[in-house]
Design a protein around this ligand. Structure first.
Ligand code: HEC
Length: 491
């Protein structure tokens, strides 16, 4: 080698380091799933580049954040595309990182000697989610604000230090400008740096231990190997070629979404809207959904035990089983756990979306004059937000609990209903319905009201929530939304 080429190759250590890195031999039977890691890294680069460009226009102050996003969307040339790529790229990255994690999980590639590679990978997954979480607040719109309110309340369930953690997170008691700058710093300095460093360690470890070969189950391994002995391919060009093809497809999809799909920007923080229903970004939807299943003292199960338990389990995976068998059939427990988690997450996500509609705006009632007791019951139904979980004749609420029109058909008596509503767990042990501390007349009222919901006898009339709230004289003590954490914590 001579001249400039020789100079460069000598100065850069080409023969010693770069060339072996680039031409590293890989198992020839590497499938497409082996490109997932590289894809994650490439999409991260896309996020970094678009993020840098967005940061040139974004202003992390409560007064100007929202306006600066509007400026990016309307005035910066290609600004909406830029934000689109960053937005959809983030979703793509979450999907890719999760798929990568799951592929490694199911192929048992986290086992010896790749325990640390896996641990670093779990960190990378958490950083990715953290980037999504912190990025969410930055547009300073309603959605951003409420999602942050709900999630920043989660640490409060931790005994002793919980409130303190929430304070640190928010930079005070409430969401304020300090929260915004805090999240901004995490989002564009802290987390990306950590992610980049961990990616490097991850790659280094992969290079030391090699990519895992295809898992062979104990059963299959006993059969004699058939066909040609596996040849070898190199990182460059064969593997990189595959990565490039897939990345082009992924980037194409992101680009198409950026052009054709609208990136939401809701009203600015502080806009008053009673009917506003907070929603997280789609990849947190399942967690949000879990929160709604627990209330009161069991709240901590949904907010901490399940999510933290899941993360701990992920970290501990390589150390949970001593054997080094990697075939799916050899690891029934891990396989079952992984499958159940994925099904659960998908199911909860779908449920979250199905339930993320406004509720409680209308109440169907029988078209006749309600008795005084039924009127009290109607007021309780509205004030206590029963529609958060119950429909009446398929209307007005959500479907977490049974439709309340079915109670007359189920031949429930008022006493049974009262006993149930006051303490659901005393009637059915696993009930997820919260207890309602009602006065005697309120309890009798809600039971009478539910039993009046018999639309085979009466026609239906629709009443609006505001109408009911303005008609009744319910003092502040009856208007308690304490049953649902979303609402309780938003107060
Ligand atoms: C967090 C969700 C949730 C809220 C809020 C809620 N419920 Fe329920 N409710 C349920 C679920 C779920 C069931 C089904 C049985 C179970 O799991 O407890 C149920 C069951 C019932 C039943 C049926 C009992 C039976 O005998 O079949 C009645 C009546 C009822 N709820 C009334 C109310 C009233 C009245 C309110 C408001 C004061 C209310 N619920 C608020 C979730 C909820």
């Amino acid at each position: 080698m001579s001249g400039f080429k020789g100079f460069l190759s000598h100065r850069l250590g080409w023969d010693l380091y770069l060339k072996p890195f680039l031409y590293k031999k890989l198992p020839s039977d590497l499938g497409w799933s082996a490109t997932l890691g590289s894809l994650c890294a490439l999409v991260f680069v896309v996020e970094v580049v678009t993020g840098m460009l967005l940061a040139m226009y974004y202003n992390p102050s409560p007064d100007l954040a929202y306006e600066s996003i509007q400026f990016i969307m309307n005035d910066v040339s290609m600004g909406n595309i830029l934000r689109g790529i960053h937005h959809w790229g983030a979703s793509a990255m979450v999907i890719l990182v999760f798929t990568h994690l799951m592929t490694v999980f199911f192929s048992g590639s986290y086992k010896t000697p790749r325990e640390l590679t896996w641990t670093i990978g779990v960190f990378l997954f958490l950083f990715t989610l953290g980037l999504g979480f912190t990025g969410y607040l930055l547009p300073w719109d309603q959605k951003a604000y409420w999602a942050t309110v709900v999630s920043s309340n989660i640490p409060r369930d931790i005994p002793l230090i919980g409130d303190y953690i929430t304070r640190i997170m928010l930079g005070g008691d409430r969401i304020s400008g300090l929260t915004l700058t805090r999240f901004y710093s995490l989002h564009m300095l802290v987390l990306p740096s950590l992610l980049a460093i961990f990616v490097l360690i991850h790659i280094y470890l992969i290079r030391i231990h090699g990519l895992a070969e295809h898992p062979v189950s104990a059963v299959a391994a006993e059969k004699p190997q058939q066909g040609e002995p596996a040849g070898e391919i190199a990182f460059y060009p064969e593997h990189l070629f595959k990565c490039t093809i897939l990345f082009t497809i992924v980037f194409g999809v992101i680009l198409a979404l950026a052009f054709f799909a609208h990136v939401p920007l809701e009203d600015k923080v502080g806009t008053i809207d009673d009917a506003y229903l907070p929603r997280p970004d789609w990849y947190y939807m399942w967690l949000f959904q879990i929160l709604t299943f627990f209330s009161g003292s069991s709240e901590v199960i949904g907010s901490l035990v399940i999510p933290l338990g899941g993360v701990c389990l992920l970290f501990l995976m390589p150390w949970l089983s001593k054997n080094n068998l990697r075939g799916l059939a050899d690891r029934p427990l891990a396989t079952a756990m992984g499958t159940v988690s994925i099904i659960g997450i998908v199911y909860l996500t779908l449920m979250g979306f199905a339930g993320a509609r406004p509720y409680g705006q209308i109440v169907p009632v029988p078209d006749r004059t309600l008795t005084p007791s039924e009127t009290v019951g109607l007021a309780v139904f509205v004030a206590r937000d029963c529609a958060y979980c119950h429909n009446i004749h398929g209307k007005g609420g959500r479907t977490v609990g049974p439709d309340l029109t079915n109670m007359p058909a189920k031949k429930r008596t008022d006493r049974e209903l009262i006993a149930f509503i006051r303490d659901p767990q005393s009637v059915s042990r696993w009930s997820i319905m919260p207890k309602y501390d009602l006065t005697h007349s309120q309890a009798q009222g809600i039971a009478d009201f539910i039993l009046a919901l018999d639309f085979s006898t009466w026609d239906m009339k629709i009443i609006h929530r505001d109408q009911i709230l303005s008609n009744q004289s319910a003092g502040p003590d009856t208007v308690s939304l304490n049953h649902s954490r979303r609402h309780a914590k938003m107060e």
